[in-house]
Design a protein around this ligand. Structure first.
Ligand code: ZN
Length: 137
């Protein structure tokens, strides 16, 4: 619920109108501010639904820049921050368990696999040649 920004009024506004119903102060700046904020939150929610999460996070951050207490934007950004923190922790623990996993020499099987394939093709070629030679006699 908004209150009238006029220091001599400060009454709670029953609705978002361009003129205060008590002191007749011009509230058009306040109305435009609230409209823009709600539009920005709506755009961020739409980006989230479309799966454009990076753009959505930026949109929510823009909302928080204007209104740091905005509950939906704070919730969404804190969820993303928590997910990034969990990912960082998981990546760090994976590096501690197996330091060679991220950047190290390939395993024995992956190193010998191409050579094994070449040997298999060569063996098949010899076998096919032998069969062809036997059948032509
Ligand atoms: Zn007023």
């Amino acid at each position: 619920m908004l209150t009238c920004p006029n220091p001599s009024c400060r009454k709670r506004l029953p609705a978002l109108t361009r003129v205060c119903s008590y002191c007749q102060a011009d509230l058009s700046l306040l109305v435009d501010y609230v409209d823009n904020l709600q539009g920005a939150v709506g755009r961020a929610e739409e980006l989230t639904r479309e799966g454009k999460l990076a753009e959505a996070v930026w949109a929510y951050l823009e909302v928080l820049e204007v209104d740091p207490a905005n509950a939906p934007a704070r919730k969404q950004v804190s969820q993303v921050a928590a997910a990034v923190r969990n990912f960082d922790r998981a990546a760090a623990s994976r590096r501690l368990i197996d330091p060679s996993r991220d950047s190290g020499p390939p395993g024995l099987l992956t190193a010998w696999l191409p050579l094994l394939g070449v040997l298999l093709v060569a063996a098949l070629a010899f076998w096919a040649g032998y069969q062809w030679g036997c059948s032509s006699n």
